[in-house]
Write a protein of this length. Structure first.
Length: 525
């Protein structure tokens, strides 16, 4: 019997905090499998999960209102270890007989908490600061309300001036609450606190490692598909690349990949995908050269949503036609990852406004009536990257910036033509090359060039140049939901701009995008 890496599971109950996914990522970093579920999780589902411990996330509500979200009674009565974070601590306190009050001022940012007494969670952590025989930790606080009275049988384990009950624990049961956020890296010993909770308090081992994840995924894919054929839309992006490498390892020649070259890719990208997967790894990859088809469909269309829809539809059409040539294939593999699963579960609990209709290789034809193989469904992006490297994919590919499904189609503003795409490809190549050379590529989360359909006047030598304008975009972000424009050095911007204008005849001007998200988005369309 091989190892069951899902056996020791931590349940993270989501009360709506922007940091809930971060808790899950930190628990995974501790080498423990965890799942994030809405706080309304049913008792039957809870029992099926068989968690070894529960962490309660923060949330935007006030715990002292009658209608506030609550920890289900079956969890409180389960006897399992519980770690409440921020709102999670407040509702834990309130539900067990303590008191929570709204503060007139909210506390946001660094705080130095005093560690009080001895607790299995907070005693003697790394980064501890000692002053006059009192012990402190630097943590990240973000709250309005706070616990003002401990529930019966609880002890204080940390305090600050503005949150005198900054952490608490039960005297005999494994129940803990922290007002601060251990999941945020600003809390210096935060990972160690979570490690202690999952390893020492919940008793989970480090089973969730890249090698074990791969072994487990291989076994489950083999169980699922037997000797059937599997089809995968390979885009060259991280997720589909890792799926390709994983499936190839699991089922070898039963896997066929279709790579749709839509003409909206970066410089030499199509050849690189073929080189990596077909030539180097020996994976069966069919390359569908569909540049002409995509560009003809996009002719005369300038509205961003219309372009996205055309690209999405055309992709499916081409993919479908290639798939049909293969005869009967029962399974379709997709690079769905855990955040996608969380997002679609969340959509059931609320309504999300569509800002852009995303197109991914993943969003494939329901009418294809194939079973789905989704070997990355449980993984966060950083875990996908780690297993990609473990599977032998080139690190430069695995750690590449994200690239949108519609590709240059949404980076050439307005109408898309081959000429504009060619200009953009060259400029983008220069920008990325210089970022890498200057050591900035890995410091920014995403960088690219945008083609603006406007002409401006310039002078080159003695001649007038009336040609196109480009914008450079580079952002820093953790989750791509919010982003700050990257403060690239002026010298680097100057070098890139000079190279672009000197090397590409049809460009007269380069600008740098200094908009944050929100209110701007990362891509321009
Ligand atoms: P925005 O522009 O919405 O982008 O701030 C957030 C992130 O999503 C990427 N993006 C896409 N990714 N299919 C994708 O797979 C798409 O249609 C798509 N549109 C935007 C964007 O590059 C950024 O990383």
């Amino acid at each position: 019997m091989s190892l069951n890496i899902h056996e020791q599971l931590i349940l993270i109950l989501d009360f709506g905090s922007q940091y809930a996914q971060l808790i899950a990522r930190r628990v995974r970093e501790a080498g423990v499998y965890c799942e994030l579920h809405h706080y309304s999780l049913s008792e039957a589902d809870f029992k099926a999960l068989k968690p070894k411990g529960v962490s309660l996330s923060g949330g935007p509500e006030s715990a002292n209102l009658a209608e506030s979200p609550r920890i289900p009674a079956y969890i409180l009565n389960s006897g399992l270890p519980i770690l409440g974070i921020c709102y999670g601590m407040q509702t834990l306190a309130e539900q067990l007989g303590g008191k929570v009050e709204s503060s007139p001022t909210s506390e946001f940012g660094y705080a130095r908490v005093e560690i009080v007494g001895q607790s299995p969670l907070l005693h003697d952590l790394e980064h501890q600061v000692e002053e006059n025989q009192r012990y402190y930790q630097d943590v990240w606080m973000s709250h309005g309300d706070k616990v003002t009275r401990l529930p019966p049988d609880f002890t204080l384990i940390a305090a600050t001036a503005s949150a005198p009950i900054a952490a608490m624990m039960h005297q005999s049961k494994p129940l803990f609450g922290v007002q601060f956020h251990p999941e945020v890296t600003h809390t210096k010993a935060g990972q160690q606190m979570l490690n202690r909770f999952v390893h020492e308090i919940c008793g989970c081992a480090r089973l969730w490692t890249p090698a074990n994840i791969i072994e487990d995924a291989i076994a489950s894919v083999r169980r699922q598909v037997g000797s059937d054929q599997v089809l995968l839309g390979l885009s060259g992006g991280v997720d589909s690349s890792v799926v390709a490498a994983l499936l190839h390892k699991a089922i070898g020649d039963q896997l066929t990949c279709v790579f749709v070259d839509n003409g909206l890719l970066r410089l030499n990208e199509g050849d690189q995908v073929m080189q990596t997967f077909a030539s180097n790894m020996g994976i069966k990859v069919i390359r569908a050269n569909a540049e002409d088809l995509f560009l003809s469909r996009l002719q005369g269309v300038s509205e961003p949503e219309a372009k996205r829809k055309i690209i999405g539809r055309t992709f499916i059409e081409v993919f479908d036609a290639e798939a049909a040539k293969l005869g009967e294939v029962k399974w379709l593999a997709q690079g769905t990852i855990y955040p996608d699963v969380i997002e679609s579960a969340k959509a059931k609990h609320g309504t999300a406004q569509v800002i852009k209709s995303h197109h991914n290789v993943g969003g494939l034809p329901e009418e294809m009536k194939m079973g789905l193989v989704e070997p990355l469904r449980e993984l966060f992006k950083d875990e996908v990257r780690r297993i990609g490297v473990e599977l032998g994919l080139p690190p430069a590919m695995v750690y590449r910036h994200p690239f949108p499904g519609p590709g240059l189609g949404v980076r050439v503003l307005g109408e898309v033509t081959k000429h504009y795409c060619d200009i953009l490809r060259q400029a983008d190549h220069i920008f990325i090359e210089e970022l890498r050379r200057a050591g900035w590529y890995d410091k920014v989360s995403q960088a690219f060039v945008v083609f603006l359909p406007i002409k401006s006047v310039g002078v080159v030598g003695d001649a007038r140049r009336y040609s196109w304008v480009l914008a450079l975009r580079a952002v820093e972000t953790i989750d791509f939901m919010t982003a700050r424009w990257a403060h690239l050095p002026y010298e680097l911007l100057e070098l890139v701009s000079n190279r672009i204008i000197n090397e590409i005849r049809d460009v007269s001007r380069v600008s740098y995008d200094i908009s944050s998200k929100p209110p701007a988005t990362i891509e321009w369309e």
